[in-house]
Ligand binder design. Structure first.
Ligand SMILES: NC(=O)c1ccc[n+]([C@@H]2O[C@H](COP(=O)([O-])OP(=O)(O)OC[C@H]3O[C@@H](n4cnc5c(N)ncnc54)[C@H](OP(=O)(O)O)[C@@H]3O)[C@@H](O)[C@H]2O)c1
Length: 318
């Protein structure tokens, strides 16, 4: 019986994302991991240890031929690395043509399209963005299943990659090159800036004298519940709190307290908490109004956010 040849995957940039995908693909027998090239040989060696497969090399020109090439360096360096890889592919071109195989080169950036890889033509080029936060590869290998992957680029490359990601229990969607920047910005706002909001929240608790450990414990159930409500009900119906209730005095006192915090912590990096609170409050108003907030009350909130109050310190306790 004919057994199809296991395809080889080379990786340039086996950091958080690259080593996670490589380990899963290797463990599931989807790819044979070939060469790994990072900025340093030590880092590439570390990546192969994590992946449990592959051979580290010191530079791109020393990499062996492969069927698939993943460029998983930081976005700003993808184009330059692709130009280096193009030189390597040209020197391997005759070999590839003799076997009739055209390699696939892909990156995993959410914001960039496959055009960042144009230098690698005639290789088939694509981008494949997993909508997942690869903060810790060990956690990601156990939590990637169920992730969506946005594919864009050459049709055959997309077809291959859809199959490769399906074997990691990921579901693919297809985007046009024009959609990518705003699509990715949407994920950044919901995911990365949620983390920033958490940090701002913890700063506010700290200003009230509540330590981070306690604050994280008390926030966890309500933040998780809020996230679930957002997906079950939609943001409009998930919004609760003083603004949604029309409690103008409470919001005024909170804004005053944050303004006081900024005064007592001049070393805090701008923008101050009060400015962020006002901006988010303004952003919440149209949604709160659609959800039933009286338009006259919404107007009073708008005036408050446009003209922050002079603070009476006695009212500003958090
Ligand atoms: N992290 C996420 O949550 C996430 C999610 C979706 C998509 N992505 C995308 O995945 C890609 C990689 O992100 P990441 O978070 O995995 O980055 P990362 O953890 O910073 O890893 C980047 C890797 O690239 C290597 N590198 C940098 N410049 C290089 C060069 N010139 N030649 C060879 N190797 C080089 C680094 O080597 P050293 O180790 O030697 O420094 C490092 O191993 C990006 O396009 C990003 O947009 C990331």
């Amino acid at each position: 019986m004919h057994t199809p040849k296991l395809r080889t995957l080379n990786i340039i940039g086996a950091g958080n994302l690259g080593r996670t995908l490589a380990r899963l693909w290797s463990e599931r027998g989807v790819f044979r991991v070939g060469n790994i090239c990072n900025r340093t040989l030590a880092s590439a060696t570390d990546a192969t240890a994590f992946i449990g497969a592959g051979a580290p090399v010191a530079d791109i020109q020393s990499m062996a031929p492969a069927d698939f090439w993943l460029i998983a360096v930081a976005d700003d360096h993808i184009e330059a690395v692709a130009a280096e890889l193009a030189i390597r592919l040209q020197s391997a071109n005759a070999e590839a043509q003799s076997t009739g195989a055209t390699p696939v080169v892909f990156h995993c950036s959410g914001a960039l399209s496959s055009s960042a890889l144009t230098a690698c033509a005639p290789a088939k080029i694509a981008s494949a963005h997993p909508v997942h936060s690869f903060a810790d590869p060990e956690r990601s290998v156990n939590s990637l299943a169920g992730t969506f992957v946005a594919l864009e680029g050459d049709a055959l490359a997309r077809e291959y990659l859809e199959g490769m990601f399906a074997q990691l229990d990921c579901t693919s969607i297809t985007l046009s090159p024009e959609q990518k920047v705003l699509y990715h910005t949407g994920s950044v706002i919901a995911c990365n800036y949620l983390t920033v909001l958490m940090d701002l929240s913890l700063q506010t608790f700290a200003a009230a004298g509540i330590d981070e450990n306690t604050a994280r414990k008390l926030l966890e159930p309500i933040v998780l519940q809020t996230a679930k409500n957002n997906f079950a009900l939609g943001p409009e119906n998930a919004l609760t709190g003083p603004l949604a209730r029309g409690d103008l005095q409470t919001v005024t006192r909170q804004l005053g307290a944050l303004t006081e915090v900024a005064k007592t912590q001049p070393q805090a990096a701008p923008p101050p908490l009060a400015d962020i609170y006002r901006l988010l409050g303004k952003a919440a108003l149209p949604m709160a109004t659609r959800a039933g907030l009286d338009s006259a009350v919404a107007h009073n909130f708008q005036t408050l956010f446009d003209n922050p109050p002079q603070v009476n310190p006695s009212q500003a306790k958090l």
